[in-house]
Design a protein around this ligand. Structure first.
Ligand SMILES: Nc1nc2c(ncn2[C@@H]2O[C@H](COP(=O)(O)OP(=O)(O)OP(=O)(O)O)[C@@H](O)[C@H]2O)c(=O)[nH]1
Ligand SMILES: [Mg+2]
Length: 296
C-alpha cells in the first residue's frame, strides 16, 4: 500500500523552519538566515521513497504585517494549512508562550488536522528549559505528538520523520520520484543572492531588499551569464549594500556565485546592480513583478 500526503511547517519567523526542511531533504532548497522573515513564499519539496511520498511546504514566518509584502507572506503561510495531513508547529525553548505563538496556535485550533509540537534549537538550551517549554505548550494545546529537535544538528529529525510516516493516508504518488521541488531555477538564483545579502548586511537594510532577475543565459561553452537587480528602499541603503570600495557587494556576488555554480553545475558569471525603489514593499505592481503575488 503506497502512502502519500502533505506536511506544512509553520511557526514564527526565525524558529528554524527552512533549516528543518533543508535537513530533511539533505539539500539546500530554502534559504536560511539569522534575520527574521527570511522566507517569503511557500516552498514545496517532495520526499519520495518506495513506500511513500511526502510533500513538505515551508512557509514564511507568521508575524504582524507592517506592509503589503508582510500581508502577502502571512496569507501564503495560512493558505498552507488547507488540505494537509500533518502540521508541524515549530517553536523554540522559552520561558513562556509568547503572543506570536499563541496567536498561531489559536488558528490551529480551527483546523481538523494532527498538529505536532516540534521544539527546535534544543542544542543551545538546557534540558531543564526544554522540559519546561514542552510542558507549557502541551498544557496549552492538544498536540498529537511532541518532539524536541535540533534541525541544525539533525538531532531527532529521523524520529520525527518516522512519526509523520504513520500519519500519511493511502494515496497516489503525486509527483515523479526524481522531482524534489516545485521552485524554478530563476527563483533559486534570486533567493541565493538575497540570502548572501541578508547575511552580509546590517540589521536595518535586509527587510527592504529584493532581487529581480534581468537576464539568465547560458553560452556555447556552458557558462551561465546572470544579471540581477538588487532592489533597496533608500539611497543610504544602496551605499551600505555596495560598501566601502564596493567590498560588500563584491562579497555578496562571490558567495552567491559559489553556491550557484554548485547548484547549476556550471560556471557562473554574475552581475549585480543595486537600485533604489522607494517603498517597493507597499507597491502592488512591483510586488507582482517580483513574484510576490497570490495565485488565485
Ligand atoms: N542553534 C541552532 N540554530 C538553529 C537551529 N535551526 C535553525 N537555526 C538557526 O536559526 C536561524 C533561522 O533559521 P531559518 O531556518 O532561516 O528560520 P525560519 O523559521 O525559516 O525563518 P523565516 O523564514 O524568517 O520565518 C538561522 O541562523 C539558523 O542557522 C537549531 O536547531 N539550532
Ligand atoms: Mg524560512
Amino acid at each position: 500500500m503506497f502512502k502519500s500526503g502533505f506536511v506544512t511547517i509553520i511557526g514564527r519567523p526565525n524558529v528554524g523552519k527552512s533549516t528543518l526542511l533543508n535537513h530533511i531533504m539533505g539539500e539546500k532548497l530554502s534559504i536560511v538566515s539569522s534575520k527574521p522573515q527570511t522566507t517569503r513564499n511557500n516552498i514545496q519539496t517532495v520526499l519520495t521513497s518506495e513506500e511513500y511520498q511526502m510533500v513538505f511546504v515551508d512557509t514564511p514566518g507568521i508575524h504582524k504585517p507592517r506592509h503589503k509584502l508582510g500581508e502577502y507572506m502571512v496569507k501564503v503561510a495560512k493558505d498552507a494549512l488547507k488540505e494537509v495531513d500533518v502540521v508541524l508547529f515549530l517553536t523554540n525553548p522559552s520561558d513562556e508562550i509568547g503572543k506570536g505563538d499563541s496567536m498561531i496556535l489559536e488558528q490551529l485550533r480551527e483546523i481538523d488536522v494532527p498538529v505536532y509540537l516540534v521544539l527546535n534549537k534544543i542544542d543551545e538550551n538546557t534540558q531543564e528549559r526544554v522540559a519546561k517549554t514542552l510542558k507549557a505548550y502541551s498544557d496549552f494545546f492538544p498536540f498529537k505528538e511532541i518532539i524536541p529537535i535540533s534541525a541544525l544538528k539533525g538531532k531527532n529529525v529521523e524520529t520525527l520523520l518516522d512519526l509523520m510516516k504513520k500519519e500519511l493516508p493511502e494515496g497516489p504518488q503525486y509527483y515523479p520520484a526524481e522531482m524534489i521541488t516545485d521552485v524554478q531555477e530563476r527563483f533559486i538564483v534570486s533567493e541565493t543572492v538575497r540570502e548572501k545579502a541578508l547575511r552580509l548586511l546590517s540589521e536595518e537594510v535586509p527587510h527592504g531588499i529584493a532581487v529581480d532577475i534581468i537576464q539568465m543565459k547560458k553560452n556555447e561553452i556552458g557558462t551561465y551569464h546572470i544579471e540581477v537587480d538588487l532592489l533597496c528602499e533608500k539611497a543610504s541603503h544602496k551605499g551600505i549594500i555596495i560598501g566601502k570600495n564596493g567590498q560588500t557587494l563584491k562579497k555578496i556576488g562571490e558567495y552567491a556565485r559559489k553556491d550557484l555554480e554548485k547548484f547549476l553545475n556550471c560556471k557562473v558569471n554574475l552581475k549585480i546592480w543595486v537600485k533604489v525603489r522607494k517603498e517597493w514593499r507597499d507597491n502592488p505592481m512591483l510586488l507582482k513583478e517580483l513574484g510576490y503575488k497570490n495565485k488565485k
